[in-house]
Design a protein around this ligand. Structure first.
Ligand code: GLV
Ligand code: MN
Ligand code: MN
Length: 395
């Protein structure tokens, strides 16, 4: 499975992945998923929100056990964030077959569409739409950096966007969702265990900061006559770091765009995207409010207008204790740990009993080509997932 998947969307020079939603690379990943389903005789289904399903048993049956993750990536992503969960799910199905285990409830592997939100700015679009946490109107308003709407992108990739929206009936048929994911930190590495179970996901969100000034000549405009949004932006980046540090939170400006983006022109507009996360929602709200206040104050000194738009938000997720404890028991005393990373499992957790398994990442690095997992640990992940699926669906 890895051999077929690894070249898709891979940048030759860096080894990083660009598998943005509804692009050619995404289409190739989707074709791979469908081929995996069909080669195992699983019933393939594409839902109205662009999520792919591979069913062992009746797709319309009740109390299904679902496992899976996503295949899209961030810009210059690693190989494992997302795909490890999907590959491991198919491998766990193979393992159940090899064990002679047969599910007595429907069992499905899922690939949720557009988890990273790298193209349209909102993360977990496929699961958010399904759970009604992103409205169809909200989704239709999304545009990529070239102005292409989500609906246009879907259409160009051959998916009809007309029916996107909540799919509560589908979620009501799921009795448990388990997502296996590479760990995005080194907590497991420090414990010496290859596998862990998730306790919680920190609340997190994305805010777009627009800094509007005035374009002018870099060689002829006196410093005191400038309205330079780059200054306000730079100060805001430093302030974000400080506010986050003081609050024990995280704040990152990882994406920026500049107009007109000329070496010898003062910028007219700087757009910076803030990703911020904290252990609780109150801390997160106060860190973001502080960053915004600092930006606006500094903007007044620079003659720069600052507007802040929240583009997405995910509240704190505390995974269902029943399922989480069942998993920990099935796996025999593995570590239970929280994460700062967002996941489809978090989006679904209000509607469906949901749990996550983490596989050790020796570099701790993620959203980068340096993301890693050893073959032994990946195989331990498959065994753990098969144990969990057997325990949930085959007894
Ligand atoms: C998804 O990986 C996120 O946490 O941004
Ligand atoms: Mn990710
Ligand atoms: Mn992921």
């Amino acid at each position: 499975m890895w051999r077929d998947l690894l070249p898709i969307g891979r940048h030759e020079a860096t080894g990083g992945y660009r598998r943005f939603a509804w692009t050619a690379a995404d289409t190739d990943c989707r074709a791979w998923f469908r081929a995996q389903a069909e080669s195992r005789g699983l019933a393939y289904e594409l839902d109205r929100n662009g999520n792919q399903w591979a069913w062992w048993g009746d797709p319309a049956g009740a109390d299904a056990v679902v496992t899976g993750s996503h295949l899209d990536s961030v810009p210059e992503g690693g190989a494992f964030d997302g795909p490890l969960g999907v590959v491991s799910s198919f491998a766990a199905v193979d393992e159940l077959l090899a064990r002679g285990a047969r599910p007595n409830r429907p069992l499905a592997v899922v690939n949720f569409g557009d988890e990273e939100g790298a193209r349209f700015g909102v993360a977990c679009v496929g699961s958010r739409l399904t759970a009604g946490r992103l409205t169809a109107e909200g989704a239709h308003a999304l545009r990529d950096a070239d102005g292409v709407s989500l609906a246009q992108a879907m259409e160009r990739a051959g998916h009809d966007p007309a029916a996107i929206g909540p799919d509560h009936e589908r979620l009501a048929r799921i009795g448990a969702f388990v997502e296996l994911h590479v760990e995005q930190g080194r907590a497991l590495d420090r414990t010496g265990h290859p596998i862990g179970v998730a306790s919680a996901i920190w609340p997190h969100g994305r805010w777009r900061f627009d800094f509007r000034g005035e374009a002018n000549h870099a060689g002829t405009t006196r410093l005191e006559d400038r309205r330079d949004p780059m200054l306000t932006y730079a100060n805001t980046v430093l302030a974000a770091r400080k506010k986050a540090r003081l609050a024990g939170a995280l704040a990152t400006f990882g994406k920026v765009s500049v107009e007109p983006n000329g070496v010898n022109a003062i910028a007219s507009l700087v757009r910076g995207w803030l990703d911020s996360r904290a252990a609780d929602e109150e801390t997160l709200a106060s860190v973001v409010a502080e960053i915004e206040r600092t930006a606006v104050e500094r903007g007044q000194r620079d003659g720069v207008e600052v507007t802040v738009t929240r583009e997405s938000f995910t509240p704190v997720v505390e995974f269902a204790h029943g399922l989480r404890d069942e998993l920990a028991a099935l796996l025999g005393g593995v570590p239970v740990l929280p994460t700062g990373a967002g996941h489809d499992a978090g989006i679904l957790s209000d509607a469906v009993p949901t749990a996550m398994l983490f596989v050790r990442n020796p570099t701790g690095v993620s959203h980068s080509p340096a993301e890693a997992a050893t073959e032994d640990d990946c195989l331990a992940g498959v065994t753990a997932l098969a144990d969990v699926l057997e325990g949930l669906a085959c007894r």
